[in-house]
Write a protein that binds this ligand. Structure first.
Ligand SMILES: Cc1ncc(COP(=O)(O)O)c(C=O)c1O
Length: 378
């Protein structure tokens, strides 16, 4: 139940990995036959990734994943313009937040907007924050902790009218909801292969034709000079297959996964007292729910569930090893520290089953009760 962290590789994607590893070992920059074969494989992958988001092949730059795509979009846009102002939100992934913070240390101005209790950024607040020197707006398409879908269409229109670049981190949106750069005219968009049943360590940045970025990795000039380094051909081909499958299965998968998520949510709210959903349930990606267990430390709950074989994420900053309340929930959405400390993110996917929910609900109420009792004693 932690598909927002990562997803298992689909069998069809694994077939592509094996095929490309065996057949396309050449360096795509080499002019001889093995090199040309690898180049053809890479360009085929580029066309497929582009096709899955309504872009042109020439608008796709392969990267090592969502973090690099976000860094390239934000730092690349800033470096190409040398000075100016950036607008972002308090609920962005750390790859966006820290890129903005870094740019602030380099003399750029950054406005970080809060969101409402439902987890949305208000498009009017974005419009109001635009200054004559604003160079970039960066707002995620869907949030990784709550699943909230942001009003990216409205923000794209505002950015267009103001002639400001708009980047969106679509890492948690692609594969869960339709992502199309023709329908939503963003300038820059990040995706990451391992979030939709592709491999880890490969991603892409969509760069609308005509948008200028400064490279963040210098070297041999690959990826039209934007991202040097011998290309990850197998990763790109595998991600392209994962993109194709994600688009093909989107409609069917999203319906039954949402039903399963709703069942999970309903049962937790009914069977575990003092629980609360964070964010507005009406505008979320279909697979995610974020639930606060009052008086419970989510870090301890996560470990207890792990002992029983359940992989679920605490919606807090555990990456550093410290269990701190989530900035998305507290700073961004205004939850109390207690609510944020007890928040768990459940995220389902294509291999989730109702039986997993039944098993979870056999143990969860007792674990939560015991944790509450022990924290009341200490
Ligand atoms: C919204 C969002 N952006 C970016 C990333 C980073 O992606 P990657 O793991 O490919 O660097 C993640 C990963 O959790 C994410 O959820």
């Amino acid at each position: 139940m932690d598909y927002n962290a990562t997803t298992p590789i689909r069998a069809e994607v694994l077939d592509v990995v094996n095929r490309v590893l065996h057949r396309c070992f050449g360096n795509p920059s080499s002019v001889h036959l093995p090199g040309r074969e690898s180049k053809a494989c890479l360009e085929d992958a580029r066309r497929k990734v582009a096709g899955s988001i309504g872009a042109e092949a020439s608008e796709i730059c392969f990267t090592s994943g969502g973090s690099e795509s976000n860094n390239l979009a934000i730092k690349g846009a800033a470096a190409a313009r040398q000075s100016g102002h950036i607008i972002t939100t308090c609920i962005e992934h750390s790859a966006v937040r820290r890129s903005c913070r870094y740019l602030e240390s380099q003399g750029f101005a950054v406005t970080c907007l809060p969101v409402d209790m439902g987890g949305y950024v208000e498009p009017g607040a974005i419009a109001a924050a635009i200054r004559p020197d604003t160079l970039l707006i960066t707002v995620m398409w869907a949030n990784n902790e709550t699943g909230q879908i942001q009003p990216v269409e409205d923000i794209a229109q505002i950015a267009r009218r103001s002639k400001v670049l708009f980047h969106t981190d679509a890492v948690q949106a692609f594969g869960k909801i339709a992502v199309d750069v023709k329908r939503v005219p963003v300038d820059l968009l990040s995706i990451s292969g391992h979030k939709f049943y592709g491999p880890k360590g490969v991603g892409a940045l969509y760069i609308r034709r005509g948008v200028e970025l400064s490279p963040q990795i210098h070297g041999g000039g690959q990826e039209t000079n934007l991202r040097s380094g011998t290309e990850n051909v197998v990763g790109a081909a595998a991600m392209a297959e994962a993109c194709r499958l994600a688009v093909k299965d989107l409609e069917g998968d999203s319906v039954w996964i949402a039903k399963l998520r709703d069942l999970l949510e309903r049962r937790i709210l009914e069977e575990v007292p003092d629980t609360k959903i964070s964010g507005d349930p009406s505008r979320r990606v279909p697979n995610t729910t974020n639930i606060s267990f009052r008086g419970v430390d989510a870090g301890r709950l996560l470990l207890k569930l792990d002992e029983r074989g359940f992989a679920i994420s605490g919606a807090s900053a555990c990456a550093s090893g410290k269990n701190e309340p989530s900035t998305v929930l507290m700073e961004g959405m205004g939850l109390t520290q207690e609510e944020a400390m007890g928040a768990m993110r459940f995220s389902l996917g294509r291999y989730s089953q109702e039986a997993h929910i039944t098993k979870l609900l056999k143990v969860l109420p007792n674990i939560v009760r015991d944790l509450r009792l022990s924290s009341a004693r200490s």
